[in-house]
Design a protein around this ligand. Structure first.
Ligand code: ATP
Ligand code: MG
Length: 247
C-alpha cells in the first residue's frame, strides 16, 4: 500500500510575473492530519486550489493516488473531485436551505439514494458532528458560527471523501469553539481511520495546529521551509519558524 496520498513534483505556480509557488516537492502522508502553516500571502490557498485541480500549476506535476491530475480533462477532474471534501473559510452553506437540505444536497446530486435512505444518512451525519435534531430544520442564518461549521463538515463528509481539506476552519470563531472544531476534525479523522482518511488543514493558528496535527508543512514565500512531524517541527532552529512559534 502506498503510504502517501499525494505528491507535488517540481510544482511552480506563477501569476503573471510573480512566482507564488516555487518548485515545490513534497508528499502528503495518507491517513494523517497535515497542517499547511504560513504567514498571510505565503501561497497556502493557491496550493489548496492546485490540489483540488481548480487551478493548474505553471509547471510540474501533482500526483494524487497515482493519477497525475494536471493531465485530466475538466470532466475527469469533476469526477475526481468527489474523492475530496472541502470546508471553506466561511462555511459556504446554501443560505436558502435548512441544515438537513444542505447535507442532503450532494446526496441528491451525486447518488441514487431514495428519500428514506437520504433521511437516515443525513441524520447520521448531523448526529456525528453534534447537530441536535431540532436544528436540522433551521436555516444557516438561524445557527451559530460553530454550528454552521459543523453543518459544513457534515455536508463535506456526505459522499465519504478520502481527503478532507479545511481552509482556515476556525477563523472568526472564539477560542472555545475553535477547540471544538479542531476536536471535531480530529474525531472525524479517527472515526474514518480504517479507510485511511487523510486531512489537510490550512491555518495560521500555530498553537491549535501543533496540538491536533501529525505533520506540519511550513510555507514561506512559495517555498517549503520545513515539512516534518510535529515534534521535529517544534525543535526547528530555522529563524522564520522560531519567529512563528514565539507568536
Ligand atoms: N488569481 C490570482 N491572480 C494573481 N495573484 C494571485 C491570485 N491568487 C493569489 N494570488 C497571489 O498569490 C499570493 C498567495 O496568495 P494565497 O491566497 O495563496 O495566500 P495565503 O497563504 O492563502 O494567504 P492568507 O493566509 O492571507 O489566506 C498573494 O500574493 C496573492 O496576491
Ligand atoms: Mg488563504
Amino acid at each position: 500500500m502506498n503510504e502517501f496520498f499525494l505528491e507535488f513534483k517540481n510544482v511552480t505556480k506563477k501569476f503573471g510575473e510573480s512566482t507564488i509557488l516555487n518548485n515545490l516537492n513534497f508528499k502528503i502522508h495518507k491517513g494523517k492530519i497535515t497542517t499547511i502553516l504560513g504567514f498571510s500571502g505565503a501561497g497556502k490557498t493557491t496550493l489548496m486550489k492546485i490540489i483540488l485541480g481548480l487551478i493548474m500549476p505553471s509547471s510540474g506535476v501533482v500526483d494524487v493516488l497515482g493519477t497525475e491530475i494536471n493531465h485530466l480533462t475538466e470532466l475527469e477532474l469533476r469526477e475526481f473531485r468527489r474523492n475530496f471534501g472541502m470546508v471553506f473559510q466561511y462555511a459556504a452553506l446554501f443560505d436558502f436551505l435548512s441544515s438537513f437540505e444542505n447535507v442532503a444536497f450532494p446526496l441528491r446530486e451525486f447518488t441514487k439514494l431514495n428519500e428514506d435512505e437520504i433521511k437516515v444518512k443525513v441524520m447520521d451525519l448531523l448526529k456525528a458532528v453534534g447537530i441536535p435534531i431540532e436544528a436540522s430544520t433551521r436555516l444557516p442564518s438561524e445557527l451559530s458560527g460553530g454550528m454552521r461549521k459543523r453543518v459544513g463538515l457534515a455536508r463535506a463528509l456526505a459522499l465519504e471523501p478520502q481527503l478532507m481539506l479545511y481552509d482556515e476552519p476556525t477563523s472568526g470563531l472564539d477560542p472555545i469553539t475553535t477547540h471544538m472544531v479542531y476536536d471535531l476534525i480530529k474525531e472525524t479523522a479517527e472515526r474514518n481511520a480504517e479507510r485511511h482518511f487523510t486531512s489537510i488543514i490550512i491555518s495560521h493558528d500555530i498553537h491549535a495546529t501543533l496540538k491536533y496535527s501529525d505533520y506540519i508543512l511550513f510555507l514561506e514565500k512559495g517555498t517549503v521551509v520545513e515539512h516534518s512531524d510535529v515534534e521535529t517541527f517544534k525543535r526547528s532552529e530555522k529563524p522564520v519558524i522560531r519567529r512563528f512559534l514565539e507568536l
